[in-house]
Design a protein around this ligand. Structure first.
Ligand code: 5GP
Ligand code: MG
Length: 177
């Protein structure tokens, strides 16, 4: 099994590129079918989703727009806990069919917050498209309209996902050993 060293941790290939791309192609086909005539606006979430978004969009054949967003996390001064704000919403999403493109859904809390924030801008519809989902880690109920692959509750890197900022630049997905 091919190994990958990222800083102090060792990872091994768990999902090879071919398997990822096959699943991406299938999901793109579903979106092409469901959003025909709707001119959707894809909102990939930086940084993690950049590679998935690139592969997905290459397979989208219907007219569409793409605009990247990012979640900024900071510690609140008044309240306890982390506050996450959606930044970079450059496009007016009012009345648009938006498709959030995420790298991975773990607890689902990030996506729940994202959906709530975007819903306040009155889009025509919101769909969630995640490359990976950890079904056993989900803590909140969120609609996951499109998903490429379900994975076990293990820490992964590669294909856009990082460990401490590193390891995003691989074709395959790796699991911590
Ligand atoms: P959630 O809010 O669903 O628990 O977490 C989602 C975010 O946590 C993802 O966007 C991603 O940044 C990070 N994350 C969750 N699981 C993993 C993982 O296995 N590997 C990496 N690199 N990031 C993860
Ligand atoms: Mg992410």
């Amino acid at each position: 099994m091919e190994k990958l060293q990222v800083k102090d941790k060792t990872f091994a290939v768990s999902i090879p590129e071919a398997q990822i791309l096959e699943a991406v192609k299938r999901v793109a086909g579903e979106i092409n079918r469901d959003f025909d005539g709707k001119e959707p606006l894809f909102l990939p979430v930086l940084n993690g989703a950049f590679m998935f978004a690139a592969d997905l969009l290459k397979e989208i054949t219907i007219p569409c727009e793409v605009s990247f967003i990012k979640l900024a996390s900071y510690q609140g001064t008044q309240t306890s806990g982390t506050i996450r704000e959606v930044i970079g919403l450059a496009k007016d999403i009012t009345g648009r069919h938006v498709i959030i493109v995420e790298d991975i859904i773990d607890s689902g809390l990030t996506m729940a917050h994202m959906i709530e924030t975007l819903a306040a801008h009155n889009p025509a519809s919101i769909a969630v498209c995640s490359c990976l989902v950890k079904p056993d880690a989900l803590k909140v109920q969120i609609p996951i309209d499109y998903r490429c692959l379900d994975i076990p509750n293990d820490f992964i890197v590669g294909y856009g996902l990082d460990y401490d900022g590193f390891g995003r630049n691989t074709r395959d997905i790796y699991t911590l050993v």
